[in-house]
Each structure stands twice: as C-alpha cells, then as structure tokens.
Design a protein around this ligand. Structure first.
Ligand code: GLU
Length: 306
C-alpha cells in the first residue's frame, strides 16, 4: 500500500568498502521504500571514531551511486550530529533514566561468573544503579525495567514487537540484556543512542536492515519509550554468511563489491532475499530495479501478517 509518509534509510558504518552483506541491506531498504512510494535516505554511521576508516564513507557513497541507489535527501553524517546525542543524554539524565557507571569490563565479567556461572553475553549486574561506590564515572548506562513476571500489567522488562520479515519477537531486557551503555568509557557515543536519536530526528517510519541487529531492537524500542519518541516498524532481512558460517563482514574477510559490474551483484542480492524475478536476466539497472520492486511486493505478501 503506497504511503506518503514512508521514510526509510540505509545506515552503513564506514569501516571499509561496501561488501555483499551490506549490499543486501541497502537493496532491501531501497526496495521497501520504493515499493511503498516512500523516501529513502542514507546515513553514515561514522560515530565510532576508532573503527572508522578514512575514505570509506566516500567510497560507499560512490558505490551506492554506481549500483543505482540515489538517496532522496543529502546523506547525514553521525559525526556531525553529536550535539543531538548530548541533548538526548541530558534529557535522560534529567528524567533519571540513566546513571553514571564506574565498572570495568573485567569487573562485570567477574560478577557475572560469580552470579550465574555462565559466560554468554555480559549482562550488567546493576552495581552502579545506586551510586558509584567511590569509583570514578566511566560510562553512562540506561536503566532497563526490573523483571516482574507476575505483574498484573504484564512484565515491564519484556519488550515485544512484530518484525515484518521475522514475525513476532520478544526480549526480556532485565534477564537478557541489563542496563546498557549510551556513552562509552572512551567518550564515544554508543550505536544504540545514536541510531535511536537519528531515526527519530529524521522521522524514519520504517527500518529495514540485517537480522544481526534484531537483537538490538528491543533496546532501541525501550530507549524510544524513555525519550518519548515514536517507534518505527522493523524488518530484518537474513544476514549473508560466508563459507565458514560466519556473518559476512569486513572482519570475516568480505570482499569489496566491484562497482563496475553492479548487475551481477544485484541479481545475487535479490536472490539472497528470495526475490523471484520474472525476467531472470534484466540487461539494465533500471529494468532490474523495476523487476525487483515487483518481486519485493510479492515476497512481502508471503510473510507473516502482524
Ligand atoms: N551502522 C549499522 C551497521 O552497519 C546499521 C545500523 C542500523 O541499520 O540500524 O551495521
């Protein structure tokens, strides 16, 4: 159904050139925006100073253009938006949703081993919730609701949402995540804060991205509730794995895309998304795009309804 108000985005981290995994996310977000008659934006998530590679952002923008993806507004750069993140953190300080934390990673890992005798994801035990215990402040954490399974109004720690591709989702923020960091000990803004502030400030209505971020979504929804901003709808597409079964990424050796041969890579990306193209070998980008938009609509019609 066409929606005048639809605003989607592709938000790459410029830690290297665009690879096949990020092409799949770009294609899915672009197709969903176009299939809905909406706007498609690009946001450079260059907030993580130490991981940002000089020149990678420009390279990604040039590759997107070569693949026929043209944003409807000039790209935004997170590194130029830190004032917005500061203002959001100040609001959360004023409303008591965040607190300074003096714990090191090692202290958290040790407490976890003692408490649970398991070592999966690090769940912050809440040591600094009631004060720093004489330690210097290192990071700022967002308080998550306490686990209250027997509550008459439902468990406030349980965040439920419908993912347009993956179906119904839920995560217990208290038992599966714990209070999480918004401003890191090294002074860097955390991805969770930046992405929520930007999605809200850019009036993003539909988030379409890789399923590796499914696990972050409940945190983002809780943060949206703390900030009093609207929650977009979410769609997480299957991630691309390498031959070893690892998520394709710069760290697992993903190859840069060849910007001089966009058609083949786009066909592969469409195949990864399970898109059935009626003409299997369109010879121009425009023809492929038109085919893929129709195929995306048909694909979405097969997915679980909300
Ligand atoms: N910058 C993130 C990444 O490249 C994506 C963030 C998002 O789409 O929410 O993994």
């Amino acid at each position: 159904m066409p929606s005048q108000g639809y605003r989607g985005r592709f938000a790459p981290s410029p830690t290297g050139p665009l690879h096949f995994g990020s092409l799949v996310s770009a294609l899915a977000s672009w197709l969903d925006a176009r299939a809905n008659g909406g706007a498609w934006l690009v946001r450079m998530e260059d907030i993580d100073g130490p991981r940002t590679v000089p020149g990678a952002a420009e390279d990604i923008l040039a590759t997107l253009a070569a693949f026929g993806f043209h944003a409807d507004e000039p790209p935004q750069w997170q590194s130029r938006r830190t004032g917005l993140y500061r203002a959001a953190l100040d609001r959360l300080i004023a409303s008591g949703h965040v607190y300074p934390c003096g714990c090191t990673r090692k202290e958290i890992a040790d407490s976890q081993l003692r408490a649970h005798q398991r070592n999966t994801t690090l769940i912050y035990p809440g040591t600094c919730r009631d004060g720093l215990h004489g330690k210097p402040a290192r990071a700022w954490r967002l308080r998550v609701p306490d686990d209250a399974p027997a509550s008459a109004h439902g468990n406030p720690a349980l965040i439920r949402f419908h993912d347009r591709w993956q179906g119904p989702q839920q995560q217990n923020l208290a038992t599966e995540v714990g209070d999480f960091v918004l401003l890191r000990a090294d002074g860097q803004w955390a991805y969770q804060l930046a992405v929520v502030v930007d999605d809200a400030e850019q009036h993003i209505t539909h988030v379409v991205r890789g399923a590796d971020l499914l696990d972050s979504t409940a945190r983002q929804i809780w943060l949206q509730q703390c900030l009093g901003v609207t929650t977009p709808t979410y769609l997480h597409v299957p991630v691309v794995m390498n031959a070893e079964g690892e998520k394709l990424s710069k760290q697992t050796g993903a190859q840069a895309l060849d910007a001089s041969r966009p058609l083949e890579a786009l066909m592969d990306a469409a195949r990864h998304l399970g898109l059935a193209l009626r003409h299997p070998a369109p010879s121009t980008l425009e023809a492929l795009q038109a085919e893929a938009i129709d195929a995306w609509k048909r694909r979405l019609a097969q997915l679980p309804a909300a």
